[in-house]
Each structure stands twice: as structure tokens, then as C-alpha cells.
Design a protein around this ligand. Structure first.
Ligand SMILES: [Zn+2]
Length: 60
């Protein structure tokens, strides 16, 4: 995996933005807790753009 590969994430609830390494994230369909507000949604809903969603799925 190239070192610059990352997924841009944004919480749909509180709008917190951060980035994650694809290999360290759960599967796109798995539940994920926002580290800021604690709301639980599938990880796919945290992807900031379609491109980020594709990157997320590619490495899950
Ligand atoms: Zn949040």
C-alpha cells in the first residue's frame, strides 16, 4: 500500500473531519463510532466523497 493512501472521513452528524488509513479501518458496511460525537453509522456513511468510498472498499 503506498504511504500516501488514505481515506478522508467526515461525520454526517457533527461534521468532524479526519483521515484514516484504509488498512486500519473496519469494513465499509461495518458499524463505526464517530470519535467525536459517538454516533454509530456504517463506515461507508463517513466517506467524504465517492472517491473516498471507493478507496475504502478497495482495501477492506
Ligand atoms: Zn460525529
Amino acid at each position: 500500500m503506498p504511504p500516501e493512501t488514505y481515506v478522508r472521513l467526515q461525520c454526517p452528524n457533527c461534521s468532524k473531519q479526519w483521515t484514516g488509513r484504509p488498512g486500519t479501518l473496519p469494513e465499509a458496511n461495518d458499524d463505526f463510532d464517530c470519535p467525536d460525537c459517538g454516533s454509530t453509522k456504517s463506515l461507508a456513511e463517513f466517506a467524504r466523497t465517492e472517491h473516498d468510498l471507493e478507496t475504502m472498499k478497495q482495501f477492506s
